[in-house]
Design a protein around this ligand. Structure first.
Ligand SMILES: *[C@@H]1O[C@H](CO)[C@@H](O)[C@H](O)[C@H]1NC(C)=O
Ligand SMILES: *[C@@H]1O[C@H](CO)[C@@H](O)[C@H](O)[C@H]1NC(C)=O
Length: 374
């Protein structure tokens, strides 16, 4: 009796071991299978409906590849290649370098296009985008139209798209109405790059809802004045390299969310009026470098910059600024006042440096140039 129980217990133990090892080998086989499927899918041949001239790739993520992205590279196919059929569920499509001149209503409407998250149309010859060209791209977040010859866009061509990033740099826009980015529900903030165009006017219609633009790059255009952007919840703005001659009191009024402002390399900028930056109470970085015509600045220029942490005046003001400028910037941490003139915030044990101003109880601003005017 005793022996029988013992032996049956032994059998059941052996059975258990057997079941366990079977389960293990199944898991190992499954792992190998999923690894090899990952490897085959990751090589181009494994993707269904891949156009012979395109390179298609599936990137799988997660345990047992539960999540995957289909990336399709159809760049450099040459003229006449579009519309190109793409695999279903394509998420990223590269159509750059194809001599495309016109985005028609049907070019981006085939199966596979509806799921696109990112579309690269850069480095073509695009001069026209039909008003319904992007209609089917209901999930499109990133659109690159840079390095084309666009002068205008049809009204509403972005409406309904959940765009987060649009690159329109290196085109031929002369004017631009930012209400083009009044897109679906405005849930996601958009970053817009309009650098290196021919822009002399950037506007928004004050009677329409302000577009939800977070970052606006306008460098390398022909703006002669600071554009009126009041109402737009901008955090990053670059106006580098424009033809702005003077910055006026209140030019940035109402841009209360702005964190980063770059006004570098403005070849004609000769005056910044007092209170020009008034209202920028959240600004942390102000780049005024490489403004060769800017001879001097009144300390009152910096009124209202209560959150400013970094100021760059490198290659700008010829005459050293009085340290009283720092009285307007209680949060300053670092300032470049010239090629070899750098000031930074330290705690009180800074006896090796000359103390030039006291911003907060234990913080002292020190500069690494002995000749600075006190
Ligand atoms: C848009 O630009 C094209 C040239 O690229 C021009 O033919 C057309 O008239 C322009 N349309 C508008 C509405 O300005
Ligand atoms: C200030 O601007 C100059 C010129 O653009 C740049 O080289 C330098 O790195 C900047 N300094 C800081 C601290 O950002």
């Amino acid at each position: 009796m005793f022996a029988r129980v013992d032996s049956s217990a032994g059998v059941s133990f052996a059975e258990k071991v057997h079941v366990e090892s079977q389960r293990m080998s199944m898991m190992v086989a499954f792992l190998c299978l999923s690894l090899s499927s990952l490897l085959t899918l990751a090589t181009a041949g494994g993707v269904k409906n891949c156009h012979p001239k395109c390179r298609c790739e599936v990137e799988s993520y997660g345990l047992f590849d539960s999540f995957s992205l289909t990336k399709v590279d159809c760049s450099g196919l040459g003229p006449g290649a579009t519309p190109i059929p793409i695999p279903l569920d394509t998420s990223h499509l590269d159509l750059s370098h194809n001599s495309i001149s016109h985005i028609t209503d049907s070019m981006l409407s085939g199966p596979g296009y509806t799921t696109l998250v990112s579309l690269d149309l850069s480095k073509n010859l695009i001069s026209r985008v039909s008003s319904k060209a992007f209609n089917k791209l209901r999930y499109l977040e990133t659109l690159d139209l840079s390095q084309n010859v666009l002068e205008n866009l049809s009204d509403g061509c972005f409406s309904g798209l959940p765009l987060a990033e649009v690159d329109l740099s290196d085109n031929r826009f002369r004017e631009f109405d930012l209400n083009a980015f009044n897109t679906r529900g405005q849930e996601t903030p958009i970053s817009v790059d309009l650098s290196n165009n021919l822009l002399s006017t950037v506007s928004r219609n004050p009677h329409l809802h302000a577009p939800y633009i977070k970052s606006l790059m306008l460098a390398g255009n022909q703006l002669r004045t600071v554009p009126r952007l009041a109402g737009i919840p901008l955090q990053y703005l670059s106006l580098d390299g424009n033809l702005i001659r003077s910055i006026e009191e209140g030019d940035f009024e109402e841009l209360t969310d702005l964190v980063y402002l770059s006004l570098s390399g403005l070849p004609e900028l000769s005056v910044i009026h007092p209170n020009s930056f008034r209202g920028l109470r959240n600004l942390q970085v102000l780049d005024l470098s490489n403004n060769f015509q800017l001879k001097t600045l009144s300390p009152d220029v910096f009124n209202g910059l209560s959150a400013l942490q970094e100021l760059n005046l490198s290659e700008s003001v010829a005459t050293p600024l009085p340290v009283t400028i720092f009285n307007h910037m209680p949060s300053i941490k670092s300032a470049t006042l010239g090629p070899n003139m750098h000031c930074w915030k330290t705690h009180k044990q800074g006896q090796f440096h000359r103390q030039i101003g006291q911003a907060k109880a234990n913080d002292i601003l020190t500069c690494d140039v002995p000749g600075i005017i006190l």
